[in-house]
Write a protein that binds this ligand. Structure first.
Ligand code: NAD
Length: 339
């Protein structure tokens, strides 16, 4: 197969990583970019010398494209994804697949109808620490999982300064879905029931109507219980934009990951920084790291027909859990997952 001709929708903070990945990837070619913001379209044209569009439909009618990456804000994945699917394109959608079950199910139904495939960029599955845990858990001498804990938090700048759409998302959609996806991947089974509590105080006080933090308790079909905590209010002075901890107690092994301090520390006049050097780096002009790997893997899977590591079904499962978590926070009751 010739190079995969890819278009990217959404050239913001994260979409720019898709642009860098497809530009470098030897098996792909970035052919067009779509963003609502004229200043971003101009920046992309100057940097990548590809045509840009304001509307996805317009782009797909004028450009010869094999596949589309969707990196629009969390609540606005469905419209561009459906447009691409209806043009018979395979799609890579940034996590979360969607923020509503209707959107998630519509994407899957439409992809089935058009015979195209949808991958979801759950990049944490490519984190070498996650791969280590996955392999440890596959070792029979580890024994069964007894209990799981995971946290993932962002500094308060993320919902207050990075995005204008935080009120239409939540720490659960933005971060929790990563954790739910990892817990499903580690256990190899599905969540049956959730109970969750949440707090709206700091962000709401700043005019952003979303949760500061949500703590969820997930019961899986294998009987294991997981506690998963996600928040958007870590102090600005934290050494990294986010913090993450995992602790899995098994019958014969205890597994722990600290995804905040990975061993590199830098100090400037203000504070200590703990960069996640495994995530995204430019080395010798090449974008390397587990943030780019799923984008390269999408290209590989489309070109070879291999199954995706994380697909729309995984995206739907994470959204089923996210929906139940939000419902439980409001009702103060345990919520069964209805499939
Ligand atoms: N920022 C991160 O650290 C990060 C990390 C991992 C994943 N993600 C995911 O990536 C996605 C995008 O996040 P971001 O941080 O890049 O947000 P962003 O706000 O920086 O960028 C989103 C871009 O999409 C454009 N856009 C919105 N609707 C559009 C449409 N219909 N057509 C064309 N362009 C449209 C906006 O103009 C904007 O430039 C989100 O789903 C997010 O969860 C972000």
């Amino acid at each position: 197969m010739d190079k995969l001709r890819v278009a990217v929708v959404g050239a913001g903070i994260y979409g720019s990583n898709h642009l860098a990945a497809y530009t470098w990837c030897p098996d792909a070619e970035l052919v067009a970019v779509c963003d609502l913001k004229p200043e971003l379209r101009k920046k992309v044209e100057d940097q990548y010398h590809v045509p840009t569009y304001e509307q996805v439909a317009d782009m797909l009618e004028h450009e010869d494209v094999d596949a589309v990456s969707v990196a629009t804000p969390d609540p606005y994945h469905a419209a561009p994804a459906l447009e691409a699917i209806r043009h018979d394109k395979d799609v890579l959608i940034e996590k979360p697949l969607a923020t509503t079950l209707d959107d998630a199910r519509q994407i899957i139904a439409e992809a089935d109808k058009h015979g195209v495939r949808v991958a979801v960029d759950y990049h944490k599955r490519w984190d070498p620490a996650s791969i280590q845990l996955k392999n440890e858990l596959a070792d029979p001498s580890c024994g069964r999982i007894v209990r799981g804990y995971m946290s993932m938090d962002d500094i308060i700048d993320v919902p207050t300064k990075w995005f204008s759409w935080s009120h239409d998302s939540s720490p659960v959609h933005f971060l929790g879905t990563h954790c739910y996806d990892l817990a499903r991947w580690y256990t190899g089974c599905e969540v049956e029931e959730v109970y969750a509590v949440g707090t709206k105080r700091m962000l709401k006080g700043m005019g952003i109507d979303t949760y500061d933090t949500i703590q969820a308790f997930l019961t899986f079909a294998d009987g294991t219980n997981w506690t998963i905590e996600n928040g958007w209010v870590l102090p600005h002075g934290f050494a990294k934009n986010n913090d993450g901890r995992t602790q899995i107690m098994c019958e014969h092994r205890l597994l722990r990951v600290d995804s905040q301090n990975r061993g590199v520390e830098t100090f400037d006049d203000d504070k200590c920084h703990t960069p996640n050097y495994c995530f995204m780096q430019i080395f010798d002009g090449r974008p390397v790291g587990f943030g780019y790997d799923p984008i390269y893997d999408f290209v590989r899977c489309i070109r070879t027909g291999a199954p995706f590591v994380a697909d729309a079904h995984d995206g739907l499962e994470a959204e089923l859990i996210a929906g139940a978590v939000h419902k439980s926070v409001l009702t103060h009751e345990a919520v069964r997952i209805e499939r």
